[in-house]
Design a binder for this molecule. Structure first.
Ligand SMILES: Nc1ncnc2c1ncn2[C@@H]1O[C@H](COP(=O)(O)OP(=O)(O)OP(=O)(O)O)[C@@H](O)[C@H]1O
Ligand SMILES: [Mg+2]
Length: 284
């Protein structure tokens, strides 16, 4: 069995008034996520990504269908605590997630709620802050940190719970390029070195190409999934669903449109430069 098994899942938000029907936003969605995978979840605004993030860790429960985490059905309320321990959620805005006035107290908040002994809490907080490269800021005030630093502290707070899986909902949306790089570097290290399963929700295609698998949603359904190469070579399908492709892929797509014979599966600038310089040399 996969680490997360979503089967035939339907979910809708409660109606605001009596004469309004429940609006279903996730429709019969099935998805399996293996332990140790790095999955990017894409989709234009309102396609249901953040709703899925909360369904993955049992914060929301299916109206029908099932979400099973590490063999545990999220609908079983007695397992809620165990499920949230295994799947940590980092929300889009770190300001909503940081609660304490000192960085290390903030990171300790989760492990304290797990009822761990003080020495274990101390060791987890130190390790988590080191993992996101924020240990030297442990006695700083979170509100004085930059956006990237705050987001890394929020990630440390989740790491300190030692989850097997971390779901990150647009963790870099508010960051400048440097802050985005810092957070992406942290995510890659957690996945590769610690084997933590990553589900990354993002609107940035250059982040999605770093995942092992890309899942594309539209209106509460999965429209395509596969390796970044498989997904981003379907430029027209993605454009139909109001999504971009990585810049290098877009350039190659346009060159092909202009009758130039270049590959469809180029994802980054290095491969793009290699291809174009080979082409220029051939012409010369
Ligand atoms: N708390 C809520 N109550 C009612 N409807 C909601 C609520 N949260 C989301 N929705 C609706 O559910 C649908 C899916 O929203 P969701 O936030 O999951 O999309 P998303 O893919 O995360 O979008 P974005 O890229 O803008 O973050 C949207 O139509 C949205 O309006
Ligand atoms: Mg969202």
């Amino acid at each position: 069995m996969s680490f997360i098994e979503v089967s035939d899942l339907c979910f809708g938000y409660a109606a605001e008034s009596e004469d309004e029907a429940v609006r279903e936003v996730i429709h019969h969605l099935s998805l399996s996520i293996e332990e140790g995978e790095f999955v990017a979840l894409l989709g234009h605004n309102g396609s249901g990504k953040s709703t899925m993030a909360k369904l993955f860790n049992g914060m929301y429960l299916p109206q029908s269908g099932r979400v099973v985490v590490d063999g545990m059905d999220t609908a079983d309320e007695s397992l809620q605590f165990e499920i949230r321990r295994r799947v940590g959620l980092v929300q889009q805005n770190p300001d909503n997630q940081l609660v304490a006035s000192i960085v290390e107290e903030d990171v300790a908040f989760g492990p304290e709620n797990l009822g761990l002994p003080p020495a274990e809490i101390r060791s987890r907080v130190d390790q988590a802050l080191k993992a996101v490269d924020m240990y030297e800021y442990r006695d700083h005030a979170p509100f004085k940190l930059s956006g990237g630093q705050k987001q890394r502290v929020a990630i440390a707070g989740v790491i300190a719970m030692e989850p097997k899986c971390i779901v990150l909902d647009e963790p870099t949306a508010m960051l400048d390029p440097r802050g985005r790089d810092e957070v992406m570097q942290t995510i890659r290290t957690l996945n590769r070195e610690k084997g933590i399963t990553i589900i990354l929700i993002t609107h940035y295609m250059d982040e999605a190409v770093q995942a092992g698998r890309v899942v594309v949603m539209n209106s509460g359904e999965i429209v395509t999934q596969g390796t970044p190469r498989e997904v981003f070579s379907q430029v027209e399908l993605l454009k139909r669903h109001k999504l971009d492709v990585p810049q290098a892929t877009e350039l190659m797509y346009r060159l092909r449109g202009a009758g130039i014979d270049v590959p469809a599966d180029i994802l980054d600038s290095e491969a793009c430069i290699e291809c174009l310089s080979a082409l220029c040399k051939k012409e010369a």
